[in-house]
Every structure is written in structure tokens, then in C-alpha cells.
Ligand binder design. Structure first.
Ligand code: MG
Length: 377
């Protein structure tokens, strides 16, 4: 397959603080383990993916979503003969920089930062977590991950040009990340599109015929299930369809990536890095399906009133708490407060809020400001 493009662990540029080798785990396997043992990783459990918990115990949270991405990404790496350990470490780390309250949280933090000519991006926040916020080692700050895992974290969803952001300067701006990192964003897309369909089905927001009507690839799947399993319940029918949809998208991603690499005639990792665009890609048909799915989910789910209410309240509360800590920096925990003497206060407040789980945010809000904004207000 693409073994010629596999990033070999022996070629790693290594860690910022040199460490002796481990007797039986290679550097990428250790990085995967370091991510799993980090506090930021455990906090994913209490961060909303799309649907806030409460209505159902079966909705994804950011941790179960991450596990689904890792499972899809490892399958891809394995079939394509890329480095499975590097891929898994990157998949497990891909959302650790996510703030509370899903995309609403990210959008609002970014909006707050823009008031100061700054920005919030979850990829860059993840880099700050693994480079400095995690405190697990006596000898150095952060997790001391290999260069390739840090590079993959900052570039997992977009590439950076030279001189675009000072913090990514060390991570080869202008070059594509290795194929292992390129897969993550697309594995993420397969995972969230299909999981959001599933959660929206559980929430009673859509049915299998609704999806069949709007998504041609799903329509074909749906009709064959109707013929083969006429007595299946709605739930069984939906699950059959969802499984086949995931399979079709993953297969399209494998086929698309192999054919892109062939057309580009890249022979090794350095050529793949220097190639002007990413090589990981869906086939044209599955790319179209993925676009249609996104549009469908946007109209049916993300822009729905039920989610909009939660999003608006979350954003309003983040804006209030952000302002509260700017006005009263001495109400920050001691360590953060001390940091405001060395760094701009908006950056410190942003880091503090971005690290919170949904539950911790609520408790902090209630202590600082008062009862959380109720639904429907
Ligand atoms: Mg994700």
C-alpha cells in the first residue's frame, strides 16, 4: 500500500528534553501512553461533543468521540501500512485542546480573544497543554512528546505558512505533516458525521428515511436493508445503515488516499511533506457524501432550536465569566493569578477557561456570578 510513505519511528527528531530509550516501547508508543495518562485527556469525558448529557446516557462526549476517531484512524493506518502508533497517539490527542461546550465554547473564546487582537484555536491550545500545562515530570514541563506528535497536533486540521504564527515556527511551516497526521482530520470527519447522525436519531431529531432522502449513498444502503431485513425495527435498521455508511466512508478514504499518492508519484516521506497539498483524501464520490452529510446535519441538527438554545446560553456564560476574571484577576486560582503578572490577562483567562470541563465551568460560574442561565431564556 503506502509503506514507502510510513513515518519510521527511528527517523523521529526526538524530544525537546532528551530521555533514555524505553526497553520495549518505542517513542511513539510512549507518546500514546503519555497522552492517555494526561489530565487533559481524562477531562474529555466531561466535555460536550455535540449533545449535552441529560436527555440520553448514550450521547457521545469528547472522550468517546476520541476513542471512535482513534479506532477509525488505526484501521486506516494499518491498511495503508503507515505507522499505527504515531497515528493512534495523534488521534487520542486530537481534541485535548477543546474548551467546554463544544464548538460554541471555541467560537466564544475566539471572539473574546479577538477583542485583544488575539485568537483561540484548539490546536494551538493543545500544544500549550502538552508543552507546558501538564505537570507529570520532575525534570521538565509538559509531556515532552516527540517532534512528530507535536507537529501533528498543531497541523492536524490545517497547515501553516511560514511566519504565520510564532508558536508554530519550529514545526516546519510551509510543509505538510506526515501522512499519519493527515489522516486524523478525515478520520475525525467520518467519526463525527456518523456519530452525530446516531445521536440525533437517539434524540428523535431524524429518521432513516430522512437521511435516505438527502444522502444518495445512504439511500442505496437504506434500500438494500429494507429488502434484506423487512422485519427489522427502526433502531436495528438505522444501526445497520450507519455501520455500512462508516464502512463506505472509510473504504473511500483508503482508496482516495492510495490514488492521490499514486497520482502525485511521491516516493517517500520527504516528498509527501513537500507536495503542495495533502495526499490523504476521500474518493470524489465519498467526498461528496461527506459534504452532503455535513449540510444535512447542519440543517437538521446543529442549527436546530434545541441545540441553538444550549449554544447561546453557553456562549453568554463564557463571555460573562471571561469578563469577570478580567475585572477580578485576583479571583483566579493562585497560579493563574501569578501568571497575569508575566503574561497578558486575556491569555491567562482564556487558558483557564479553555481547560475547564462543562461541569467545572458551571460550578465556577455559579460561584463567581450566580445561577447558570436557565434553558429557553
Ligand atoms: Mg474531533
Amino acid at each position: 500500500m503506502l509503506a514507502r510513505l510510513r513515518f519510521r519511528v527511528e527517523r523521529s527528531r526526538g524530544r525537546s528534553y532528551p530521555e533514555p530509550d524505553h526497553p520495549y516501547r518505542n517513542a511513539f508508543q510512549r507518546d500514546r501512553d503519555r497522552v492517555i495518562h494526561s489530565r487533559a485527556f481524562r477531562r474529555l469525558e466531561a466535555k460536550t461533543q455535540v449533545f449535552a448529557p441529560g436527555l440520553s446516557d448514550h450521547f457521545r462526549n469528547r472522550l468517546t468521540h476520541t476513542i471512535e476517531v482513534a479506532q477509525i484512524a488505526r484501521t486506516l493506518a494499518n491498511v495503508l501500512e503507515l505507522d499505527e502508533d504515531l497515528t493512534e497517539a495523534l488521534a487520542l490527542a486530537h481534541d485535548i485542546g477543546h474548551p467546554p461546550f463544544a464548538h460554541a465554547g471555541e467560537e466564544e473564546l475566539n471572539r473574546q480573544m479577538e477583542r485583544f487582537g488575539d485568537r483561540f484555536e484548539h490546536n494551538l491550545h493543545a500544544l500549550r497543554i502538552v508543552e507546558s500545562f501538564e505537570q507529570r515530570y520532575a525534570r521538565f514541563p509538559g509531556l515532552n512528546l516527540t517532534f512528530e506528535v507535536r507537529e501533528g497536533i498543531v497541523k492536524h486540521s490545517r497547515d501553516f505558512g511560514p511566519a504565520e504564527r510564532p508558536e508554530v515556527e519550529p514545526y516546519l511551516p510551509g510543509l505538510r505533516p506526515p501522512l499519519e497526521a493527515q489522516l486524523i482530520d478525515l478520520a475525525d470527519e467520518v467519526a463525527y458525521n456518523t456519530a452525530d447522525l446516531d445521536d440525533a436519531f437517539s434524540a428523535g431529531m431524524l429518521s432513516a428515511p430522512d437521511v435516505a432522502e438527502c444522502v444518495p449513498l445512504y439511500r442505496a444502503i437504506h434500500e438494500s436493508i429494507e429488502t434484506r431485513f423487512p422485519a427489522a425495527t427502526g433502531r436495528e435498521h438505522f444501526n445497520e445503515g450507519l455501520r455500512q455508511l462508516i464502512d463506505a466512508l472509510v473504504s473511500g478514504l483508503i482508496e482516495g488516499t492510495v490514488s492521490q499518492a499514486r497520482e502525485a508519484s511521491v516516493g517517500n516521506v520527504d516528498e509527501a511533506r513537500a507536495f503542495p497539498r495533502r495526499l490523504a483524501a476521500f474518493t470524489p464520490e465519498t467526498a461528496e457524501t461527506s459534504r452532503i452529510l455535513k449540510r444535512f446535519l447542519y440543517a437538521k441538527v446543529y442549527a436546530s432550536e434545541a441545540l441553538a438554545d444550549h449554544r447561546n446560553r453557553s456562549m453568554a456564560m463564557i463571555a460573562e465569566l471571561f469578563q469577570f476574571f478580567l475585572d477580578y484577576p485576583d479571583r483566579l486560582p493562585q497560579g493563574y493569578w501569578e501568571q497575569t503578572l508575566a503574561e497578558p490577562a486575556h491569555r491567562v483567562v482564556c487558558d483557564y477557561i479553555a481547560g475547564m470541563t462543562d461541569g467545572f465551568f458551571r460550578r465556577t460560574y455559579e460561584q463567581a456570578i450566580g445561577p447558570a442561565i436557565p434553558p429557553g431564556s
